[in-house]
Design a protein around this ligand. Structure first.
Ligand code: GTP
Ligand code: MG
Length: 217
């Protein structure tokens, strides 16, 4: 279950010191590297040992995009099937997903379609998704070619990256890209339907799809 909140990069340490808040989830089969990816991003740390996540946990990180402070609440879910009921309950209200597989593990790649279906079933319609093929440092043991990953991402309408939590390849880039595409999507929605603008300056997390700020990022 969620442990104590970790705070990063905030200007004055105040929990409320942000313009927008985005809830993000990392999902995918067990052992693909979800926890490692989050620790690399939030703490710049990596461990070779595997401690499978029990249930769900989260970290908080604040990033600056176009002069706006965006607080990211990043949920790290357990990949093991037995936690599925718990983890899918957290999909609600998520604005972005990192759907991860391991380029050295075909089963984790074959499961991507099922994970995408879970997102469709349990999350907000406009949630943005990036498909990440992790462990690209292990090219010798690769079983999923880059083209296959790209092709599947195209089919699913997701963006695609290969990354390595171990070697710190494309970790920050994936999070930043996800924040950017969420911002673009939100702006499009406001443009398409100005009545959706609430006038509220902040987008806060709740169980419903987010209220749209007037000037997203
Ligand atoms: P669950 O919590 O069970 O869902 O697994 P997880 O997806 O969180 O996997 P975790 O991050 O615990 O990583 C599993 C194993 O893969 C660990 O031994 C990590 O050290 C290793 N690992 C994670 N990312 C990488 C990577 O980019 N490269 C390599 N070589 N190993 C990695
Ligand atoms: Mg984990």
């Amino acid at each position: 279950m969620a442990k104590a909140e970790h705070r990063f990069g905030q200007r004055d340490g105040s929990d409320q010191n942000f313009d927008y808040m985005f809830k993000l989830l990392i999902i995918g089969n067990s052992s693909v590297g979800k926890t490692s990816f989050l620790f690399r991003y939030a703490d710049d740390s990596f461990s070779n040992s595997f401690v499978s996540t029990v249930g769900i946990d989260f970290k908080v990180k604040t990033v600056y995009r176009n002069d706006k402070r965006v607080k990211l609440q990043i949920w790290d879910t357990a990949g093991q099937e037995r936690y599925r009921t718990i983890t899918t309950a957290y999909y609600r209200g998520a604005m972005g997903f990192i759907l991860m597989y391991d380029i050295t593990n075909e089963e984790s790649f074959n499961a991507v379609q099922d994970w995408a279906t879970q997102i469709k079933t349990y999350s907000w319609d406009n949630a943005q998704v990036i498909l990440v093929g992790n462990k690209c440092d292990m090219d010798d043991e690769r079983v999923v070619p880059v083209e296959k990953g790209k092709h599947l991402a195209d089919q699913l309408g997701f963006e695609y990256y290969e990354a390595s939590a171990k070697e710190n390849i494309n970790v920050r880039q994936v999070f930043e890209r996800l924040v950017d595409i969420i911002c673009v999507k939100m702006s499009e929605r406001v443009d398409a339907d100005p009545s959706m603008v609430t006038g509220a300056k902040t987008t806060r997390l709740n169980d419903n799809p987010p209220q749209l700020p007037q000037n997203c990022c």
